[in-house]
Ligand binder design. Structure first.
Ligand code: ACO
Length: 324
């Protein structure tokens, strides 16, 4: 009888830029206030990176490899989730592959590619890694989620500039005889793709372009879609909300997530958030939350973790994960 293959996370790492941009700093640039930002979003500060995505993504992946006690040559694949790639091609993942093997006499040529699904990208990358591993074609994947949203943020638009920050995170996902990842639920409504968009930002014909967002509509869609995907995945996997030990949600606006907690009847003490320190960092948001929850002792062996995300597309998704 063939044994069932599952996947699980055996290491993680993050890159957090040093430079802090506070609400008070922003209030000196646009007509806003610390009080408005905290009350309407829950954000107090965010980070601004002086590095590009390949550099900060490689730092996060090296830390994740170290925490898994593995070397770059142990990876069969690198998947990079990003929305702010500096070039249309080559893939950020290819550059990360080279950076983590700098100086190696015999570098490994594992597959390396990018995916781009707005703020949902990190969870989608985990889903792809899980599918490859379950199929039996590979054993170990380095998932990197990296974004530098401050480079496409318009600092004269107060309705968006208070929201975003820079960050990278990485996870090592490997084959396991028990879950690990139990289920995923993914969805997209391309009819409302215009709600969050950004034209190619290094376009020499059109000049610099910035992230545009219809905040109110995204706010309502975010609650609706994250609630639906959370309900779908639990039904699919035959669990109920009372089984959940830890709830992780894309860090966009604390009011969105508090509304979700209420609708799903999840107690506040099961929810982990770092939004006030980092703002919305897009693809790494969920992975950084998981990493910090574990570091802060909020994630224990046997815990059931429900994660939900939403992002441009409009895309959304959920995962159910059993901590081993
Ligand atoms: N400071 C002070 N006032 C502000 C600011 C600000 N930074 N931003 C907007 N306002 C004003 C508006 O101009 C408006 O004023 P008016 O009533 O005189 O017209 C008033 O505040 C209310 O504006 P709203 O847009 O209704 O404010 P809202 O409470 O909806 O908050 C926000 C705006 C924070 C953008 C919210 O809509 C939001 O968080 N949306 C979701 C964003 C999100 O989840 N994005 C996720 C995906 S991003 C990705 O995938 C890259």
């Amino acid at each position: 009888m063939t044994k069932e293959r599952y996947s699980r996370i055996i290491g993680s790492g993050v890159y957090i830029p040093d430079r802090i941009l506070t609400n008070r700093d922003l209030a000196m640039r646009v007509d806003t206030s610390d009080e408005w930002i905290v009350t309407r979003t829950g954000i107090r500060e965010r980070r601004v990176s002086d590095k590009d995505n390949p550099t900060q993504g490689a730092i996060a992946l090296e830390k994740a490899l170290k925490s898994a006690h593995l070397k770059p040559s142990n990876l069969d694949m690198i998947i990079c989730a990003t929305n702010t790639q500096e070039q249309l091609f080559p893939a950020v993942a290819a550059k990360i592959q080279a950076k983590i093997q700098e100086g190696e006499e015999e570098p490994q040529y594992m597959a390396a590619f990018d995916i781009q699904v707005g703020c949902s990208s990190g969870l989608y990358a985990e889903c792809i890694a899980n599918a490859y591993i379950k199929s039996g074609s590979i054993n170990t994947v380095g998932v990197v989620a990296t974004d530098t949203l401050t480079k496409i943020t318009n600092y004269s638009d107060r309705s968006t500039c208070v929201l975003f920050g820079d960050m990278s995170a990485a996870e090592i996902i490997t084959v396991s005889s028990s879950p690990g990842f139990i289920a995923f639920d993914l969805g997209t409504d391309g009819r409302i793709s215009h709600l969050i968009s950004c034209h190619i930002y290094s376009d020499k014909f059109h000049g610099k372009s910035y992230l545009q967002m219809d905040g109110k509509k995204v706010f309502n869609q975010a609650i609706r879609r994250m609630e639906e995907t959370a309900r779908n995945i639990l039904k699919k996997a035959n669990y109920s909300f009372s089984d959940i030990n830890l709830f992780l949600a894309h860090q966009a606006n604390q009011r969105i997530n508090e509304n979700l907690l209420e609708r799903l009847d999840i107690p506040r003490d099961k929810y982990f958030s770092n939004l006030e320190k980092y703002g919305n960092t897009s693809s790494p948001s969920l992975l950084v939350c998981r990493h910090e929850a574990k570091q802060e002792g909020k994630l224990h062996s046997g815990d059931l973790v429900l994660s939900v995300v939403v992002g441009s597309g409009l895309s959304w998704g959920a995962s159910l994960y059993k901590e081993i």
